[in-house]
Design a binder for this molecule. Structure first.
Ligand SMILES: [Cu+2]
Length: 378
């Protein structure tokens, strides 16, 4: 079997001190309010007035508000780590989409520009112990390998294989959804923001121009059999997670930076705790996601990812359209169950013009702002 070597360069960095917004400004990607501040991640930048958002967004003497310092994965053009690669708007806080075909070998050059040891742990892929990217004790007390805790200011090159048994079966969509995240202390690392999507695609389904263009070669039997479909294939990742900022590495820094009277903050107060539970889709709340505009006749592949705690039992509901997914057969629904550590590719065939709600259907999560919209145009 021929083997393709994919090289991906990316970095974990802290938004608060990385000049993140300056970096994407240099790439000409700043639009409207995306980068209103250089000092943290904004869970929403507009349109929360009149909603039940006060709990999460009102800054005060003992409240942080809706902006937090976080850690994120970002992809660079080369190992000098000077220029960030362009990103799709819809990804929000997520790291870059890692895409690979069955049979590929992935090499990910990871530079830790953050303030503490970080890693990348990929789900599904084949790796040696030295490339696992997860920090845990093993029998005999052997020292965890370097990949499990990449120290600040250092680089580690992960090598992962994509075996056939993590790729799509004959009845699956062309790309299966997996994920990656930092797993030195997974709970704190992910609540700090370090998570991203990983797609494993059928051999030959990705572009051959080195750009890994998912729009190339993805027309499979499920599509050509469908009438009235233009086969304009679109790909969007949707990550549902309550970022628990009480578990972030930056909790103390966020209190000191954003609350108006840090000395008065009671870290054990239930109301304070709730105010830091950010019910996010791709790191945005209350309809603040971008890049979710489609056209009638599109085949929209949604790559759904759920992670988090026992509170992250999400039921992803789309208004306006149903979607197809495979299990023991081909199924159709407009709601998909997404507990922590579960991911799924679902396909929507857009037909109805309009702006439509999608949200988690757990009522308390709706109150928390885990909702957004997508738009279908003619
Ligand atoms: Cu939910």
């Amino acid at each position: 079997m021929s083997e393709t070597l994919l090289s991906i360069i990316f970095s974990g960095l802290g938004i608060s001190f990385s000049g993140y917004c300056l970096a994407i400004s240099a790439l000409g990607l700043v639009q409207g309010p995306y980068c209103r501040t250089l000092n943290g991640w904004e869970y929403a930048f507009e349109g929360t007035a009149g909603r039940k958002s006060q709990t999460y967004f009102e800054q005060g003497p003992t409240r942080i508000g809706g902006t937090y310092q976080k850690l994120v994965y970002r992809e660079y053009t080369d190992a000098s780590f000077q220029t960030q690669k362009a990103r799709e708007d819809h990804l929000g806080i997520l790291g870059p989409v890692i895409k690979a075909e069955v049979g590929d070998t992935l090499k990910v050059t990871f530079y830790n520009n953050g303030p503490l040891p970080l890693s990348i742990q990929p789900h599904g892929l084949l790796y040696s112990k030295g490339n696992e990217g997860s920090y845990y004790k093993t029998p005999g007390g052997s020292i965890p390998p370097a990949s499990s805790h990449v120290n600040p200011g250092t680089t580690f090159v992960y090598t992962w294989q994509v075996p056939r048994d993590v790729g799509p079966t004959s009845t699956d969509p062309n790309c299966l959804t997996w994920l990656y995240y930092s797993s030195v202390y997974g709970k704190k690392d992910t609540n700090s923001g370090l998570v991203g999507p990983l797609l494993v695609c059928r051999k030959g389904s990705l572009g051959k121009d080195g750009k890994q263009d998912l729009n190339s070669g993805l027309v499979g039997p499920l599509i050509v059999c469908r009438k009235n479909t233009k086969a304009n294939i679109v790909h969007r990742v949707l990550h549902f997670m309550i970022f628990n900022e009480n578990e972030s590495w930056y909790l103390e820094e966020n209190i000191n930076t954003y609350s108006l009277e840090p000395n008065q903050v009671d870290r054990n107060d239930d109301a304070f705790n709730l105010s830091n539970q950010m019910h996010a889709i791709n790191g945005r709340l209350f309809g603040n996601n971008q890049g979710l505009t489609f056209h009638v006749g599109d085949e929209v592949n949604f790559y759904l990812i759920g992670i988090g705690s026992e509170f992250d039992l999400h039921t992803v509901h789309f208004h306006g359209h149903s979607f197809d997914y495979t299990d023991s057969g081909l199924y159709r629904s407009d709601v998909y169950d997404l507990p922590p550590g579960v991911y799924k590719t679902v396909k929507m065939y857009t037909r109805d013009v309009g702006t439509w709600l999608f949200h988690c259907h757990v009522s308390s999560h709706i109150d928390g702002g885990m909702e957004s919209t997508y738009t279908v145009m003619k």
